[in-house]
Design a protein around this ligand. Structure first.
Ligand SMILES: [Zn+2]
Length: 72
């Protein structure tokens, strides 16, 4: 009985890893995206200065502290 239950759990974990292996990381990424909207510090690609995500300028998928750095 117990062995059967363990077997079922192992099989479910295997199926979950095969089907939903990417699900947890996807959830974490969406959480990170939400955090980035607030006060998460991001590094400027040009000068290395840290600015909050809401103050940062996003260009070409990268963060910059100012338009000056973004255009370099
Ligand atoms: Zn900069």
């Amino acid at each position: 009985m117990i062995l059967k239950l363990i077997g079922i759990v192992v099989i479910m974990l295997g199926v979950w890893k095969l089907l939903g292996g990417k699900l947890p990381s996807f959830k974490l990424q969406s959480k990170d995206d939400k955090k980035l909207d607030n006060d998460t510090l991001v590094e400027c690609e040009t000068c290395g200065l840290f600015v909050t995500a809401k103050e940062a300028i996003i260009a070409k998928g990268k963060y910059y502290c100012s338009l000056e750095c973004a255009n370099k």
